[in-house]
Design a protein around this ligand. Structure first.
Ligand SMILES: Nc1ncnc2c1ncn2[C@@H]1O[C@H](COP(=O)(O)OP(=O)(O)OP(=O)(O)O)[C@@H](O)[C@H]1O
Length: 219
């Protein structure tokens, strides 16, 4: 589903990371940990073709990102990738249902029934017409998860999705995130500092300046 080979990224003369190898199978849940500043968010952006790199390759569902033009990468992202960020990034002037519907509209696949199904699946059924400012942090992140998965992407990239949440809300949100990915066969790459968030991962990896290493195989 996602294959990264010998990926290296520099800022000026300084390597952020080097020689990163990673292969994520369809439906697999891989958690990536690592010290602050080691390049986890940068690596996630490379996986989505949102950032550039200096050597190595990134393939998403067989497509090599380094040789693709920007509009082709944007189309691949819209079709095959979902994102969840620490800061939610829910659009403030759209209600909950409209936020969740957005990826389908961008794909010209308007589908109210699908939006309804996702809202119900994430416990947001009664909140569809609320504006984001009327929601709690945990509810906002569940909106972001519903939006990230509404178009059934093959790959979900999540950057510290529980970083702004208290531990019990974080557990509920992680349960929703992992449950939905498992149910839909979506591969999940999760960047996190939280060992609680990695508990259900198939593999936990650690990004270091020298590359990626296993942090203990869990299955
Ligand atoms: N535009 C830039 N120019 C120079 N250095 C940058 C730039 N953007 C990011 N960096 C550096 O790249 C490194 C990787 O940043 P990144 O945010 O990917 O790390 P991270 O592992 O996700 O950190 P954290 O866990 O704190 O979120 C950091 O040391 C950062 O200072």
């Amino acid at each position: 589903m996602l294959t990264i080979h010998q990926l290296s990224k520099l800022y000026g003369p300084t390597a952020v990371f080097a020689n990163v190898d990673l292969a994520v199978r369809p439906g697999e849940f891989v958690a990536i940990m690592g010290e602050s500043g080691v390049g986890k968010s940068t690596l996630l952006n490379c996986m989505a073709g949102l950032d550039t790199w200096d050597s190595g390759s990134v393939q998403v569902d067989g497509a090599e990102l380094s040789t693709m033009k920007d509009d082709a990468k944007a189309a691949l992202r819209r079709e095959k990738i979902g994102f969840v960020f620490q800061a939610f990034h829910v659009l403030p002037h759209l209600d909950v249902a409209q936020n969740v519907a957005l990826p389908l509209l961008l794909l010209q696949r308007k589908d109210d029934a699908r939006v309804h199904t996702m809202l119900e699946a994430l416990g947001l059924g009664a909140l569809g017409s609320r504006l984001p400012q009327q929601l709690s942090g945990g509810q906002l992140q569940r909106v972001a998860i519903a939006r990230a998965l509404v178009h059934s992407p093959r790959l979900l990239l999540a950057d510290e999705p529980t970083g702004n949440l208290d531990p019990s809300t974080a557990a509920v949100v992680m349960q929703a995130l992992v449950g939905q990915c498992r149910q839909h066969g979506t591969a999940l790459v999760l960047v996190t500092h939280s060992s609680a968030a990695t508990a259900q991962a198939d593999r936990v990896l650690r990004l270091t300046a020298q590359g990626m290493r296993s942090d203990g195989a869990l299955g």
